[in-house]
Design a binder for this molecule. Structure first.
Ligand code: 16G
Length: 244
């Protein structure tokens, strides 16, 4: 029930109620949330207050709207792995069937930025591989990998459709990635990635840039676009102790 005497704003109280329904499984994924009018009547709230709560939950990705149909409970987001795992391993460990659709494969000379990031001389040839990554057939990310030709000569002759790149690098080239670094930032997807990911244009995405190394040598620079409506980041935090 809403407590009108509470210092907690009414829209926050309604938010707590709706989140309880979701977390206690009274409302499951894709279940319809009662209409704004029904919620207003049930809790004695104005339509505007109810809308404010629903708008926030939609913006957070907890609910989604279907025009003309109503508001529904969204799927929980996937926690983005912060390990040096392949997409295939990561998806399998979560019970999804990983997939990859080849979008482009070419060999290009690395220009300034790319060459610097890979630690190679400008003009050195690299494999450029673009793939759409899927989980249970649903588009999740567009990945653009750059791998120096010298790291994996002949890689372009191997099909990557439905195959793990990391597994291929290990099996064919004995390449074991042993360290990596990654930057993650918020972004807006361009029209190409929006179309590939099946998102409305200019949707929010997570932009990832990962460098992976084997024996101290950079083996891959991957620039990826991940759906922000399906991924979230989670980390544990240690207290900062003993520093000046
Ligand atoms: C991850 C890596 C990507 C790598 C891919 C290999 C990020 C941002 N990307 O998705 O760099 O190419 O795994 O996956 O983490 P695969 O072995 O399943 O092809």
């Amino acid at each position: 029930m809403i407590d009108p005497t509470s210092p907690v704003p009414k829209y926050s109280q309604l938010r707590e109620i709706l989140l309880d329904w979701i977390e206690e499984s009274r409302l499951g994924v894709d279940d319809a949330v009662p209409s704004e009018r029904e919620l207003g009547v049930k809790y004695g709230l104005s339509r505007m207050t109810v809308r404010q709560t629903i708008d926030h939950l939609v913006a957070e990705g907890k609910l989604y709207r279907v025009p003309g149909k109503g508001t529904f409970v969204a799927r929980p987001k996937i926690e983005m792995s912060l390990r040096l795992a392949s997409f295939t391993e990561d998806m399998r460990s979560r019970g999804y069937v990983p997939g990859a659709r080849d979008l482009a494969r070419r060999i290009v000379p690395a220009r300034g930025h790319l060459a610097r990031m890979l630690g190679i001389a400008p003009g050195t040839p690299v494999h450029h591989i673009e793939r759409l990554r899927t989980a249970d057939g649903e588009p999740m990310a567009v990945e653009r990998s750059n791998i120096p030709l010298s790291v994996a000569p002949g890689l372009n002759e191997h099909s990557l459709s439905g195959r793990s790149l990391y597994q291929l690098l290990e099996e064919e080239y004995g390449l074991l990635l042993d360290s990596g670094e990654q930057t993650i930032e918020a972004g807006i997807c361009d029209s190409t990635d929006a179309r590939l990911l099946g998102l409305p244009s200019a949707s929010a995405v997570l932009l990832l840039q990962r460098r992976s190394f084997a024996n101290g040598r950079c083996a891959e620079l991957a620039i990826s676009t991940y759906r922000a409506d399906r991924y979230q980041l989670h980390s544990t935090l240690d207290p900062q102790r003993g520093s000046a």
